[in-house]
Design a protein around this ligand. Structure first.
Ligand code: FAD
Length: 413
């Protein structure tokens, strides 16, 4: 629903500028086209071009500071942009860069890095990825084994990262590495901005059970990183990682490209037609049990969507704290499981074996763990809710105060 009637003069001018620029320049939003598919290089490259086009039209980084190439405008202008952008494809492969990397750079990076990399993202020149999880584990993030050693005025990184979304297409990565193993595990970490094309970075595709390769594993062999590419302070990487994870979880509520989903603040919810189509295809449209299942599917989707919009709106207007982002993340994990169980009850084995794109199923069975694991597992997020909000006793951490090099773990050369 357009809110054009609420526009002030300058908002109207911005709206017309956005409308005129995008018309004929941006590709249409196509029903069924994936927002992200890291294996479809043409789609990823198209998003680079779209982001560049937004930059050229003076429409990139609407709420970001002008000092770093943004427009420094209010949320109202951002909402206007998304209203006008609704018919078009937006550069969703930059979601990580906007939702996770940008807040980290703005909060923690030095001026030189901000002036270089924030405009780099806005111009569509760099896709960023997150180099956090390792083969030895992801939940125990403070236990990373990748190490960074200072030689002269450069850092050299060695180790391996895994489950990197978009790692193959990544140009830059936020990489957490151990810089001082003589300190307790949370204290000796540092965040680096790493050039994914630098010598010594080997990126390997990981093929998933559903056939796609959205993820990569990286091997870092003496990868050279300039001194000024440290984000935040040396040995203060845990604080930076905290900002990173909070923004990743919040990204679900904000929408994956500067608020694309949450910009629509419609009060009504339209039930997904695909459930009804699916029931008709199966000849179950009049079956009472099937109708009950479809009813619950529609309700859980609506409750999730409304909650997400409410949280997203609260975060953007700052009426809710950024940490509230964990709520949609936890809710998505549970909703995915329930939706998949209901679809399985409705369709039987088809729920598992259906090809991608089948109406209503959307290959959901194979993706049921996405929100249960990505951005921190449900168990880890519940731990955090228990400790931070419910003031329950902290999880025992016998290794918390012991120097990392005195702990027993996989080899740390
Ligand atoms: C869709 C998706 C996208 C991802 N993208 C990225 C990315 O871009 N970059 C990146 O670095 N990583 C990424 N990951 C990896 C993700 O962050 C890790 O998989 C996750 O942190 C869990 O780590 P793990 O797989 O090593 O499991 P483990 O840490 O080995 O955990 C195994 C099980 O033990 C449980 N567990 C572990 N510790 C505790 C505890 N203290 N209390 C209770 N339960 C516990 C966990 O909840 C889990 O069920 C992604 C994962 C997914 C699914």
């Amino acid at each position: 629903m357009s809110t054009e009637h609420l526009d002030t003069e300058d908002q109207k001018a911005f709206r017309l500028k956005a409308r005129n620029w995008m018309q004929g320049r941006l590709p249409p939003r196509i029903q069924g086209e994936p927002a992200m598919d890291w294996e479809d290089k043409a789609l990823v490259d198209r998003d680079r071009v779209i982001q560049r086009c937004l930059w050229d039209g003076g429409l990139a980084g609407i709420m970001l500071p002008t000092a770093y190439g943004g427009l420094g405008l209010s949320k109202r202008f951002s909402d206007i942009f998304y209203e006008e952008a609704a018919p078009y494809r937006l550069p969703w492969h930059f979601g990580n860069a906007f939702n996770v990397v940008m807040p980290v750079l703005i909060a923690h990076a030095n001026e030189a890095l901000k002036k270089r990399y924030v405009p780099g993202i806005l111009k569509g020149e760099q896709i960023w990825c997150q180099l956090l999880s390792e083969p030895s584990g992801g939940s125990d993030l403070a236990g990373v084994l990748t190490r960074a050693e200072k030689r002269g005025d450069k850092w050299f990184l060695n180790g391996s990262k895994v489950w990197t979304t978009g790692g193959v297409e990544g140009d830059m990565g936020l990489c957490l590495a151990r810089t001082d193993a003589s300190l307790p595990k949370h204290a000796g970490l540092t965040m680096f901005a790493v050039d994914m094309h630098a010598p010594g970075v080997t990126v390997t595709k990981l093929r998933l059970i559903r056939g796609n390769s959205d993820f990569a594993q990286e091997f870092l062999d003496d990868v050279e990183v300039p001194e000024d590419h440290v984000i935040g302070e040396v040995n203060a990487g845990w604080t930076v990682a905290g900002t990173q994870l909070a923004n990743e979880r919040a990204g679900m509520a904000r929408g994956w490209h500067e608020g694309v989903a949450a910009a629509v603040e419609a009060s009504e919810i339209t039930p997904r037609q695909s459930y009804l189509t699916l029931a008709r295809e199966l000849g179950l449209a009049d079956d009472p049990l099937a109708r009950e299942i479809i009813g619950e599917l529609i309700v859980i989707d609506a409750v999730y969507e409304l909650t997400t919009r409410r949280v997203g709106n609260g975060m953007r207007t700052r009426s809710l704290p950024p940490t509230i982002g964990g709520v949609p993340s936890l809710m998505a994990a549970r909703t995915d499981v329930r939706r998949t169980a209901l679809l399985s009850a409705l369709t039987g084995p088809t729920a598992v074996a259906a090809p991608p794109g089948s109406s209503g199923l959307d290959n959901g069975f194979m993706r049921v763990c996405t929100h249960r694991i990505g951005g921190g597992t449900t168990e880890m997020q519940l731990n955090s809710v228990a400790e931070r909000y419910l003031n329950l006793p902290r999880e025992p951490g016998p290794d918390r105060d012991i120097p990392f090099n005195q702990l027993r773990h996989n080899a740390l050369r």
